[in-house]
Ligand binder design. Sequence first.
Ligand SMILES: Cc1cc2nc3c(=O)[nH]c(=O)nc-3n(C[C@H](O)[C@H](O)[C@H](O)COP(=O)(O)O)c2cc1C
Length: 182
Amino acid sequence: MNDKTERAGRTRFAELSKLLSSLPCPETLLCVRAGEVTDVAAVTTMWVSYDPVIVAVYLRPGIRTHKLVNEGRQFTLNVVDEAQNPQALLAGSLKGDDPDKLKKLALQFEPAASIDSPRVSGAAASYECRVLKVAACGDHDLFLGLVTGWNVRDGGKPVVRWGGHSHAIGATLEAPAVKYPH
Ligand SMILES: Cc1cc2nc3c(=O)[nH]c(=O)nc-3n(C[C@H](O)[C@H](O)[C@H](O)COP(=O)(O)O)c2cc1C
């Protein structure tokens, strides 16, 4: 690669980074157990369907959680609570091939009600998902998860990613409440 191509690549990357970080996304911890192996990764996520509840995550091919979700066909999504943000960011940098990853994360787990993958204790909410569909999408694969169990913790404080940082939810704006389905 010559200097000009490298500079063009860096410029495009900076532009994309600005664009992608302008869209606020929920910060979650994906937890998967396949066979005897448990792994956790930080991911952003969104819902797709209200009834049944279906959520979407996008995993980069090659990471271990991608492989484990493909094998196990189920996972939990745990909405990161403010108190868990340092652990969530660590989960977003430690690779699954680190044998001490779970020890370093020091997260507590609890059994899910409907699938083998555990929930992360203390999360603002947990979604238990069975893989409904997988689709190749650009540089990530899209996993749609059918939600078969859930828990919303009273008093939970969900974290949102925006502008390359983790944020607490801000003040409610003056406007009528809109309930689902809308
Ligand atoms: C806030 C945050 C959000 C992330 N979102 C995603 C994501 O949506 N998809 C993805 O593939 N990786 C995402 N990552 C990176 C993974 O968490 C990271 O590659 C992790 O080390 C994968 O672990 P594994 O190798 O055990 O699968 C994110 C990282 C951070 C810090």
